[in-house]
Design a protein around this ligand. Structure first.
Ligand code: C2O
Ligand code: CU
Length: 459
C-alpha cells in the first residue's frame, strides 16, 4: 500500500478494537479519526490473527498488537476494559506508575474482571514515554493481548519526520493445535555453552507487529527523513537483537526515559524492555532494507522492512539475509547515561535488598510462598540482583522507575533490566513514592508463572 501518514495509520488501527466512548455504546465511528486521549474502550475477546495467509485463533484486543493508545503528558487515561474472554482478565500498564489500584494485577491490586464484565481504568499520565499495555492474568500475555501505549511530551524535544512502533513477539498460540500458549510442561532446552539465552522454549514464529517474516510489516520512509522507532519486546521467552541493514541507530530513550544519545549498530532487548531510536534514512539510492530481529541464543528469525518511498518492494532482501550490523556495536547499559537522573537523596540507601536470582527464585523464594519486600514511603531503596542461573532474567518493577547504577550512578532510568546469566549482576535504586503493593518479577512469562515474583509492599 502507499504511504500512510501517522494520523491515518492511527485512524485505521483505531477503528479495529478501540472505540471512542461517546455515551452511546455502539460500533466504531464510521468516519475514523485519531483516537481521543480519553474515553477509550478496549475489548478483550477471542479472535483470529492472519499469519502469512493462515488464520490462527488467539485472544486479543481486536488486532495484534492491540490498538495504539496515545496520550499527552498530563492527560488522564480512561479505558473501559470489556472482557469477552471465557476467563477473567486485567490490563497492566507496563512502565507507567499509576495509583496502585489501577495497576491491573489480579489478587494484588484488583480482582480479575469476570467474563462478560467490565472495568474502568482511569489515572493521570504525567510522564511521557514509550510504554505497553498487556493482560496480566496467567499466561494470557503469551497470546495477542498486548499493545503499545505512547505518552507524548507536552513539547517534543526530538526532531524527527515520522515515527513507527515495532512490537517484537515470539508466537506459538493457535499453531498446530496449540491453544493458550507454549506448553508449560515443556522443559526449556539447555543452553549451548557460552550462548546468551533468555529462555529456550520452542516458539515457531517470531512476529514484528503481528506479522511473520514472509509477510513483514513495512516501515515507509522518504530519503532524508529522520525516523523515530519505538522498539518494544513483548515476547514471553525471547530476548532479541535488533538492527537495520545499512543504517545505524541513535538511542534516545530506554523504557521511555531519555538518555544522552548514543549511536550504535544494534540493540539487545530483554522481554519488557523498550528502546527509542532515531534512524536517518540517508541511503542515496533508497531501497528496501532488512529490519532484523534475531533471538538471542536461539534459531529463527523475525523482521520488518524499511522501504524508501518509490523503491521497488519486490527487491526486498530474502528472509534469511542477515545484516552485518547485528554483530556490530551493541547499546549496553554501561553506555547509557540518564538525561534526567532520578532525584535520589544523597548518601547510602535507606534500605537495601540483595537478591540472588536462581532457577525461578528471587532471593531464595518463589511466589506465592514468598515474603513481601517491605519499603517505607520516602525511602531510597536499593536492589542488587545477582543471577546464578543459566538464563537471563529481565526483571521488571511495577509502579516505579529505577536508576541503574552504572556510570557512577548516572546509568539509565528504566523499569525493566535484564540481568545476565551465570554471575551477572545489576544494581538499581528507586524512590519509594508510590504507596501500595507492587510486583517485582521476571518478565519471562514462564518464569513469572513459575513463581519468579516478589511483592514490594509499603509499610
Ligand atoms: Cu509487563 Cu508485571 O508486567
Ligand atoms: Cu526469568
Amino acid at each position: 500500500r502507499g504511504p500512510v501518514s501517522r494520523r491515518r495509520f492511527l485512524a485505521l488501527t483505531g477503528a479495529a478494537g478501540l472505540t471512542l466512548l461517546t455515551g452511546c455504546p455502539g460500533p466504531a465511528p464510521s468516519s475514523p479519526g485519531p483516537p481521543a486521549p480519553a474515553g477509550l474502550r478496549l475489548r478483550a475477546a477471542p479472535m483470529r490473527v492472519d499469519l502469512a495467509g493462515r488464520a490462527v485463533p488467539t485472544w486479543g484486543y481486536g488486532t495484534v498488537p492491540g490498538p495504539e493508545i496515545r496520550l499527552r503528558a498530563g492527560d488522564t487515561l480512561r479505558v473501559r476494559l470489556a472482557n469477552e474472554l471465557p476467563e477473567g482478565t486485567t490490563v497492566h500498564w507496563h512502565g507507567l506508575a499509576p495509583p496502585n489500584r489501577m495497576d491491573g494485577v489480579p489478587g494484588i491490586t484488583q480482582d480479575p474482571v469476570a467474563p462478560g464484565a467490565g472495568f474502568d481504568y482511569e489515572f493521570r499520565t504525567p510522564v511521557p514515554g514509550s510504554f505497553m499495555y498487556h493482560a496480566h492474568v496467567g499466561m494470557q500475555l503469551d497470546r495477542g493481548l498486548y499493545g503499545p501505549l505512547i505518552v507524548e511530551p507536552r513539547t517534543e524535544e526530538l526532531a524527527y519526520d515520522r515515527e513507527h512502533t515495532l512490537m517484537l513477539d515470539d508466537w506459538r498460540d493457535g499453531l498446530d493445535g496449540h491453544t493458550g500458549h507454549a506448553d508449560p510442561a515443556e522443559a526449556p532446552a539447555d543452553d549451548a555453552a557460552g550462548t546468551v539465552s533468555f529462555g529456550g522454549r520452542s516458539y515457531p514464529l517470531l512476529l514484528v507487529n503481528g506479522r511473520p517474516p514472509e509477510d513483514a510489516a513495512v516501515v515507509e520512509v522518504r530519503r532524508g527523513d529522520r525516523l523515530r522507532l519505538r522498539v518494544m519486546n513483548v515476547a514471553a521467552d525471547t530476548g532479541f537483537r535488533f538492527a537495520i541493514a545499512g543504517h545505524r541507530l541513535t538511542v534516545t530513550h530506554t523504557d521511555g526515559m531519555a538518555v544522552e544519545p548514543v549511536t550504535v549498530d544494534a540493540l539487545r532487548l530483554g522481554m519488557g524492555e523498550r528502546y527509542d531510536v532515531l534512524v536517518d534514512a540517508d541511503r542515496p539510492d533508497g531501497g528496501v532494507w532488512q529490519i532484523a530481529v534475531q533471538p538471542e541464543g536461539r534459531s529463527g528469525w523475525g523482521r520488518a522492512l524499511l522501504r524508501y518511498t518509490g523503491s521497488d518492494a519486490s527487491r526486498a532482501p530474502a528472509v534469511a539475509e542477515r545484516p552485518a550490523e547485528l554483530a556490530g556495536r551493541l547499546a549496553e547499559y554501561g553506555d547509557l547515561l540518564a538525561r534526567e537522573p532520578l532525584d535520589l537523596p544523597a548518601g547510602p540507601p535507606d534500605r537495601q535488598y540483595d537478591l540472588v536470582l536462581s532457577g525461578t527464585e528471587i532471593g531464595g523464594q518463589s511466589y506465592p510462598d514468598a515474603d513481601p519486600l517491605p519499603v517505607a514511603e520516602g525511602e531510597r531503596v536499593r536492589f542488587t540482583m545477582r543471577n546464578t542461573s543459566a538464563k537471563w532474567h529481565p526483571m521488571h518493577l511495577h509502579g516505579h522507575h529505577f536508576q541503574v547504577l552504572t556510570a557512577g550512578g548516572r546509568g539509565p532510568v528504566k523499569d525493566t533490566v535484564a540481568v545476565p546469566a551465570r554471575g551477572g549482576e545489576v544494581t538499581f535504586d528507586f524512590l519509594a513514592t508510590n504507596p501500595g503493593r507492587w510486583l517485582f518479577h521476571c518478565h519471562n512469562h514462564h518464569h513469572m508463572e513459575d513463581g519468579m515474583v516478589r511483592v514490594v509492599e509499603y509499610g
